[in-house]
Design a protein around this ligand. Structure first.
Ligand SMILES: Cc1cc2nc3c(=O)[nH]c(=O)nc-3n(C[C@H](O)[C@H](O)[C@H](O)COP(=O)(O)OP(=O)(O)OC[C@H]3O[C@@H](n4cnc5c(N)ncnc54)[C@H](O)[C@@H]3O)c2cc1C
Length: 498
């Protein structure tokens, strides 16, 4: 390709948000170029590392069978005991509650209101979905009972999602260039964005385009920016996903006067195996996460509990508890289960790459895991004494709780009293950052005076304003799809008009 070849729409990044933006722009009948900093083998950004789980509005499994799950087998259908609907009001209430009522209301309404139609649109592009049988349901009387609002995943998880999106882009005639990263945005004298300056295998090149969609992720993989915005110590966390999301799109836009927006001091971070590598592993994927803590307890190396493990469904607490682990001595914690609940831990606890120990006594477990022995014994004795009787049921908020503890457990509180005991050592793994660019309801990036920067659109992780402090599981991919589709469509229309 000649360096000066001009494009209608340039999409930066090749994760879920970018590929949805590219598809949507191409639907407008324009020529679309996708630039991806990573190699082809390393493509897909954080989206590849996901389980492919989507949260979106629907009326239950019968409704889903009409479109999103149209190829579900009769056997799969028969194995479902309950797959609760999710209404727009419920989703909105969850988003607002979980973000401490900070989420941008307009963006939230778009995210939720267009969630179902966007899933349908993806299905039309041949993205296939199935219920998350393995991770988001408990089996009761042989049937799957789903919970927590994230019940549908892309076939093949994140890998499958990215592969299917790339195939869809190929069908639409979209060009994807790998190993070519955005360095700068190019503007004309009026301020309109007229292309990008990128760095690739042949060095720098200026690529003209009538509109640009930034969808190249947050700054979670940039330790300097993490310390600057998240605080001291955040250089030491593990990164759960791609090493390529270093804030390039955010920084390039800020340099031309874009407005920073959203929760810059916070992020999505989870409990992550302490032996996990610095960045995501494309084989192990998200299996370093340890998300069955609601049916156990979590202690620090002094043996003290520090979170309410049962405050809410896992999907509503996991993204904020990594930050709590970060505050503990040596940024470490141990999840403990006894024989009563251990059979019900998620599949990620059974991988080879796991940091764990088992023992018949609490003393022995503490010694094996370098946890303070007396501290842990005292914590468990106090915890067990505080557990109240009740009807334990891990698939609902069962209200089986402790009473009188400084750090309560509000649901699923069973005494830790049945050997063997199992402990899993975790640290903090960052998923993505919440601070980013400000967009309007058309997906246009706004400047410091809240006016759209002509020709510049954004979608996905690098947009700020939706998530603060915490995050409802399954919304990251949906966010990329809904706003990728919106921004891509508007960028395509602008290019066509110009
Ligand atoms: C382990 C893990 C599990 C997760 N599970 C889920 C889940 O099940 N459901 C869910 O909803 N969310 C999940 N998430 C969150 C989800 O991954 C993100 O919210 C979502 O994928 C972000 O999509 P995106 O397209 O904005 O960014 P990404 O998918 O990260 O894509 C950004 C792309 O931009 C590229 N890039 C970066 N800089 C440049 C540059 N300068 N020039 C060109 N390209 C560049 C990157 O290489 C990357 O390909 C998970 C995240 C992780 C890490």
């Amino acid at each position: 390709m000649a360096a000066e070849e001009s494009w209608d729409v340039i999409v930066v990044g090749a994760g879920n948000a970018a590929l949805c933006a590219a598809l949507s722009a191409a639907e407008q009948g324009v020529r679309v170029l996708v630039l991806e900093k990573a190699t082809l083998e390393d493509r897909g950004g954080n989206s590849t590392f996901t389980a492919g789980g989507f949260r979106f509005c629907h009326d239950g499994v019968e409704d889903l069978r009409t479109d999103i799950l149209d190829d579900m087998t009769d056997g799969e259908y028969a194995s479902i005991g309950n797959l609760p609907p999710l209404s727009e009001d419920q989703f909105y209430e969850i988003l607002m509650r979980i973000t401490e009522h900070q989420a941008d209301e307009d963006l939230g309404r778009i995210l939720i209101g267009r969630s179902r139609e966007t899933m349908r649109w993806m299905r039309k592009h041949k993205i296939r979905f199935i219920p998350m049988f393995g991770r988001q349901s408990f089996k009761i009387d042989g049937k799957h009972h789903f919970y927590g609002g994230v019940n549908i995943e892309a076939v093949g998880g994140g890998w499958g999602l990215v592969d299917m999106l790339v195939q869809a882009c190929e069908r639409m005639g979209i060009t994807i260039r790998y190993e070519t990263g955005l360095r700068e945005l190019i503007q004309d004298e009026s301020g309109k964005v007229t292309g990008v300056r990128a760095f690739g295998p042949n060095g720098y090149e200026n690529i003209p385009g009538k509109a640009v969609v930034l969808a190249c992720g947050g700054f979670e993989s940039n330790p300097e920016m993490r310390v600057r915005y998240l605080g001291q110590g955040w250089d030491l966390c593990r990164v759960r996903g791609t090493q390529h999301n270093t804030g390039d799109g955010i920084n390039a836009a800020l340099r031309i006067g874009a407005r920073p927006h959203g929760g810059w001091s916070s992020c999505h971070a989870v409990q992550w195996d302490i032996s996990a590598p610095p960045y995501g592993d494309r084989v192990v994927l998200d299996n370093f996460q340890k998300h069955s803590y609601p049916i156990g307890i979590v202690v620090n190396l002094n043996g003290e509990r520090f979170i309410d493990e049962g405050a809410d469904y896992r999907n509503h607490t996991y993204a904020k508890y990594g930050k709590e682990v970060m505050k503990q001595p040596q940024r470490a914690a141990v999840q403990i289960f006894d024989a009563k609940t251990h059979d019900n831990v998620r599949d990620e606890y059974r991988i080879r790459e796991v940091t764990k120990a088992s023992a018949d006594t609490i003393e022995e477990l503490a010694e094996k895991l370098d946890v303070d022995v007396e501290g842990l014994k005292a914590t468990i004795a106090e915890f067990n004494a505080a557990c109240q009787p009740g009807d334990y049921n891990p698939s609902i908020l069962d209200g089986v709780s402790t009473r009188g503890l400084a750090v309560p457990k509000s649901n699923w509180a069973l005494p830790i009293d049945t050997p063997p005991y199992h402990g899993y050592v975790v640290t903090c793994g960052i998923t993505f950052t919440f601070g980013g660019l400000k967009i309007n309801t058309e997906g246009q990036v706004l400047d410091l005076t809240d006016k759209p920067i002509p020709g510049l659109y954004a979608a996905g992780e690098l947009v700020g304003g939706l998530f603060y402090q915490n995050y409802p599981g399954g919304t990251g991919l949906l966010n990329g799809s809904v706003f990728g589709r919106l921004s891509g469509r508007n960028a395509g229309r602008l290019a066509q008009a110009g």
